[in-house]
Design a protein around this ligand. Sequence first.
Ligand SMILES: Nc1ncnc2c1ncn2[C@@H]1O[C@H](COP(=O)(O)OP(=O)(O)OP(=O)(O)O)[C@@H](O)[C@H]1O
Ligand SMILES: [Mg+2]
Length: 334
Amino acid sequence: MSGVAQGGRDDSEVKALLPEDAAVRLQSLQLAQGRATLVLDAGGLDAAARAQLERTVRLALAGSVEEVRIAMTADKAAAAAPVPTGPRILAVGSGKGGVGKSTLSANLAVALARMGRRVGLVDADIYGPSQARLLGTEGQRATAHDGKLVPVESAWGVPALSMAHLSAAGQAIAWRGPKISGALLQLVDAHWDGAEVLVIDLPPGTGDVQLTMLQRCKPAGAVIVSTPQDLALIDAARAVELFAKGGVPVLGVVENMAGYACPHCGETSDPFGCGGAESAAADMGVPFLGRIPLDIAIRREGDAGTPTAAGTGPRADAFAALARQVAAWLDETA
Ligand SMILES: Nc1ncnc2c1ncn2[C@@H]1O[C@H](COP(=O)(O)OP(=O)(O)OP(=O)(O)O)[C@@H](O)[C@H]1O
Ligand SMILES: [Mg+2]
């Protein structure tokens, strides 16, 4: 649509004001209410050259129109190139709360990092974040760069992002867009440079965050955590179903808090039953990924921000065994 700018100028007059290098890149020009909207082909230009082009245009039109709006189309070659592959997303979920998703996510990520995998951790529990404590990164603040968050580094080779890592300014970035999903997407779509996998610690249940995760983040796979009790297993089945329906492959079910080793007598007992998750996984037709023992030291180490998986001994081995299976899946699906 043609328009008339300030001083009665029309499209062709405004075009004539453009320097040669901008004129050849002009794809469209619209004038309306003193505002010029230009679409320029920025093919082959790097960021500095694009900025220079924009400055040139603004300078050329200054005084002739009230406002200049510039949109640059991407380089055609770049647009045709495959989207750079970001990290694959591995969601850690459960139906029921308090079964150890956060503990397991942190330890799985640390165990993967120990195997040399480049892994990041997202705490998707927007209202009840726990990863800053589990990784010993409380008090650290994520920065932002180019409008995206930069994860905090932990001592365990696992960069992480959690609402607990955001200052007031960071929170403002995270809360852009629709509340929960906006916050989640800002944590996921961050500078995870070089990470091959992002472990996502989900809040309990099958609500908004889970749906956003399924619809917008397209996880490559999901691990479901359950304790051995029947009730937790019924909820685990619901979580398996949610992911399966969403087209997300379920790597399998992990039984957490399995078998209690009494610190006094050394005897192992099963306060929540035993083997429930394994048979439930078989019933659901998904793999069983193993057991993590109920051990007071796992809780203590989590509270202290020194993840169990960073240590040695049977407790750490349980997480390493899980990490090996996840690593095998990463290689198969690469
Ligand atoms: N294997 C374990 N042995 C002992 N304590 C554990 C074990 N796993 C988790 N815990 C403890 O159980 C509590 C709940 O664990 P965690 O916060 O990881 O669960 P969650 O599923 O993430 O909970 P929420 O649903 O609230 O997010 C924590 O105090 C944690 O330290
Ligand atoms: Mg949690």
